[in-house]
Design a protein around this ligand. Structure first.
Ligand code: GYE
Length: 370
């Protein structure tokens, strides 16, 4: 019998175990096996013990592997599927739905075993989901953090378990940057600046601004507010007179706009800045119900670029949408696959996006993918 056993330990603790040979008395040919799963699946079976077992008695090493289910019955090494745990924010907006679809369809296309969990916009649900991914021993954890803070302890647990983490769409604030490998997503400060510039153009630099803020404590809400303020700071007649969270949903956007329109400052509102399109669409309804012409009496700038925003622009009810691309699936899984192989990835990958005004809406609408 001729059995070759090879071990290779990569610096990031991935073990590669390759074995080639025929089991005597059988036609079973064993070709190759990647063993990064050994440490997780069989912690009792250390590389050293398996190595000496295989050296000393190859047949029993093979049997051990077979019993552990690491060899498929046809005798060929099983191709291990990449297991990815993904914790999504929720289903709060058109943007989010498109993002979820992009992630799920890309995983299916690549034959990835995706464990998908919806946090319903609650941080505690996300922490639970991440803990459960750690317990399941997934290969890579990816998530879109609802808010920026509070994830450090669970990310430390993932690090201890040797499971790499990739951030998708939103960022976290942690003191140890090694707690995640990469943050893939938009530059939200830049989006806020673009929205600010469009607001200045629309109002000739003089506006009473109502702001519909995204989820409090989330990266896009913090950064879009910051970018917008940075740009309008040079224009003393651009004044934010009302600002409140609508949690990125259409229903809350409508509710908060109704309250704005009943407030003593209502008459001074000449521009609405909504941190996403869904809230703007809710606000448009509130304005119409109050007899106000959205897009005319009150100019509206929002962010995302979802189909509903283009439709509203076509109807003259929304003035500008700043694009934020949700179709992150392909880029995300490129990063995840690299990380799973121990390859290095950039700590930050920024998505490319544009700005769309009313005049472009009719032409753009049929091309929109979300
Ligand atoms: O703008 C909003 C969604 O994190 C970029 O979340 C995302 C934001 C997006 O609910 O619509």
């Amino acid at each position: 019998m001729n059995v070759h056993v090879k071990f290779l330990r990569l610096p990031n603790k991935i073990l590669i175990f390759s074995l080639k040979g025929v089991i005597p008395g059988t036609a079973i040919l064993l070709q190759a096996l990647s063993t990064d799963l050994f440490e997780k699946a069989t912690p009792q079976l250390t590389m050293k013990s398996l190595y000496s077992l295989a050296r000393g008695n190859p047949v029993s090493a093979l049997t051990t592997l077979a019993v552990l289910g690491l060899i498929n019955t046809s005798g060929f090494a099983a191709d291990k599927k990449l297991v990815v745990g993904f914790s999504q924010v929720g289903a709060e907006s058109g943007w989010r739905t498109a993002n979820t679809d992009s992630i799920k369809s890309e995983a299916a296309k690549r034959g990835i075993d995706l464990r998908f969990s919806d946090a319903q916009q609650k941080e505690e649900n996300q922490i639970k989901a991440i803990r459960s991914f750690i317990a399941q021993g997934v290969d890579v954890i990816a998530f879109s953090p609802v808010v920026e803070t509070g994830f450090e302890p669970v990310l430390q647990e993932a690090k201890k378990a040797g499971i790499p983490v990739v951030l998708s769409d939103r960022a976290v604030k942690v003191s140890d940057p090694s707690l995640y490998k990469c943050f893939l997503g938009s530059d939200f400060i830049e989006e806020g600046k673009r929205a600010g510039n469009e607001a200045i153009k629309l109002t000739d630099g003089k506006a009473g601004i109502a702001e519909l803020v995204g989820t409090v404590g989330s990266a896009p809400a913090i950064d879009r507010a910051k970018g917008f303020r940075e740009v309008i700071a040079d224009h003393p007649d651009m004044k934010i007179i009302l600002s409140q969270s609508g949690d990125f949903t259409r229903a809350k956007g409508k509710e908060v706009m109704e309250a704005f329109l009943k407030s003593p400052e209502a008459k001074q509102i000449t521009l609405l800045f909504a941190h996403n399109d869904d809230m703007a669409l809710g606000a448009i309804q509130a304005m119409e119900e109050a007899g106000i012409k959205p897009g005319q009496d009150i100019k509206i700038v929002s962010i995302d670029g979802v189909r509903g925003a283009f439709e509203a622009m076509k109807d003259g009810k929304l003035n500008v949408t700043v694009e934020c691309n949700p179709l992150l699936g392909p880029q995300l899984f490129d990063i995840i696959e690299k990380v799973s192989k121990g390859e290095s990835v950039p700590a930050r990958v920024v998505t490319q996006e544009g700005v769309y005004e009313q005049a472009q809406a009719a032409e753009e609408l049929p091309k929109r993918q979300y």
